[in-house]
Design a binder for this molecule. Structure first.
Ligand SMILES: Cc1ncc(COP(=O)(O)O)c(C=O)c1O
Length: 483
């Protein structure tokens, strides 16, 4: 409030001098057709006031630069500064996508090389970097499945989705006009093969499974799953957004996957979440190649050597986005892949080790959602907290008080009060230990004074907000605050 008054008290009308000059000098109106008749009431403040205002606001945000960002599934990992520098290079920023291919060879080469590097990691023959995000990649994949069955003269309306799949999967399938059917998990948190066999029939277009799944565990029966689907002519779609757990370790090609989408902003570089730009990829098996979005970026052999060009796949679903994808993000992914090269496997190994270190240290306090080995993230339920009258939400708010961002909570939905922690490969042991100590401290306080944790947060700028009002009547602009 005080801050608001400060801005208003120093408010002077900036366009006033210009308007006076205009009137005094009798300048014909046509010289400044866009000049306001009445000055607009913009606040006019000094530079230091402005800088301090925004600096103070920026300090209210939690960012990766503050510390561990353990949001499971969202993969908030460190993004090397060098990638930002490369993405900000004038030569790239000024390139217009409408330029003819002959004048944009460098950019097309980068897209092509990124395609090739990712296809090699996946061990799959085809890929498009056109989708703008993970869910958008899913949608492109589902459109491809529809076109595939149309080309075969078959009508299939159903897509099966395990309850451990990511929430965007059923949404994408429904958006493309398919009916979705849930497949239950077994007691290990893996897709129940008996249920899958029962539910797969001649009307099944595909199974859309997330692997590693949203419990952070690997679907070890993936080859049996493929067999069950193949018997009924159905496709295997894998949501591969959790690729950062298996890069250089598992071959998507050998698993018989027909389609998979990736989130470049989760796996390679660029922060995920916060509404920032994302970038997807849709990769496919040999039989799905003709259906990839158009245009594709291909390498050709000319009389003066190799060059890069656009090509439309034979039975393409058409473009799913303007131009070639989010080029700035592709560029960051390219830089990340080039720098890590053959050591890409180490990234996954570190992500898995970090998640398992946290799991081992925390499983005495929090209740594991599955006893299967964890991959890049670990999921707990609220069982042990509940026994002390504490909810997942209280626990998450208590972590904010201790200077950490909260893990993903209440997702996946099939785990009661889920707490999903993904430390990522870029965290040091020191940072992980600090997080573990914060959890230990919360549990110690729960024993002595549970009310303190129940009423968290105590030290944040805003205490507990009314989430219903925030969702129903969001106040997002200065004018709304004034009203
Ligand atoms: C496993 C999985 N699938 C799909 C998505 C959706 O991706 P996006 O948010 O880019 O649309 C996410 C997002 O985190 C994810 O973790």
């Amino acid at each position: 409030m005080q801050e608001k008054q400060q801005i208003h008290s120093s408010m002077v009308v900036r366009s006033e001098p210009l308007l006076k000059e205009y009137q005094n000098n009798n300048i014909p109106k046509t010289s400044f057709p866009a000049l306001r008749k009445k000055p607009e009431s913009f606040p006019s403040i000094s530079e230091p006031e402005l800088v301090r205002h925004y600096y103070r606001l920026s300090r209210l945000n939690y960012s990766w630069d503050d510390g561990l960002y353990p949001l499971g599934s969202c993969t908030m990992k460190y993004n090397p500064v060098i990638n930002e520098v490369i993405a900000g290079m004038e030569e790239f920023c000024r390139l217009h996508p409408a330029l003819p291919a002959s004048e944009a060879q460098g950019a097309l080469k980068i897209i092509f090389e990124t395609q090739e590097m990712i296809a090699t990691i996946l061990d799959m023959p085809g890929i498009s970097l056109q989708p703008a995000a993970g869910a958008h990649g899913e949608l492109a994949g589902v459109f491809m499945m529809r076109k595939y069955f149309e080309a075969k003269g078959e009508i299939r309306n159903k897509i099966l989705i395990p309850d451990s799949a990511h929430g965007t999967n059923p949404a994408s399938a429904a958006l493309a006009g398919f009916a979705t059917e849930k497949v239950a998990s077994n007691e290990k948190g893996l897709t129940d093969l008996e249920a899958l066999t029962r539910q797969t029939d001649e009307n099944t277009a595909a199974l859309m499974i997330t692997n590693p799944n949203t419990l952070g565990i690997f679907e070890t029966d993936i080859l049996k799953i493929k067999e069950i689907l193949e018997k009924k002519g159905a496709l295997l779609y894998v949501d591969g957004a959790n690729l950062n757990a298996v890069m250089g370790i598992a071959s998507f090609g050998q698993m018989g996957i027909d389609l998979t989408q990736l989130n470049l902003h989760k796996t390679f570089s660029t922060p995920h979440g916060g509404g920032g730009p994302g970038q997807g990829a849709i990769a496919c098996s040999q039989r799905m190649l003709p259906f990839l979005p158009s245009p594709q970026i291909v390498k050709k052999n000319g009389k003066d050597g190799d060059y890069y060009d656009k090509k439309n796949p034979e039975k393409s679903i058409g473009p799913v986005k303007g131009w070639y994808g989010q080029f700035g993000i592709i560029l960051r992914a390219w830089a990340y892949l080039k720098r890590n090269g053959d050591s890409i496997r180490e990234i996954s190994e570190r992500a898995v080790i970090n998640a398992n270190y946290l799991r081992k240290k925390l499983e005495g306090r929090l209740t594991l959602a599955s006893n299967e080995p964890s991959m890049h993230e670990v999921v707990f339920s609220q069982k042990s907290l509940e026994a002390k009258g504490i909810t997942t939400k209280n626990f998450a708010k208590a972590l904010l008080d201790r200077g950490f961002y909260a893990p993903t909570v209440y997702f996946p939905l099939h785990v009661s009060g889920a707490i999903m922690i993904e430390p990522t490969e870029t965290e040091s042991k020191i940072e992980l230990d600090a997080f573990i100590n914060a959890v230990e401290e919360i549990f110690d306080i729960i024993e002595k004074n549970p009310g303190e944790i129940r009423n968290s947060p105590h030290r944040t700028f805003v205490r507990e907000i009314d989430e219903v009002q925030a969702a129903r009547k969001p106040v997002l602009t200065w004018n709304q605050i004034e009203k």
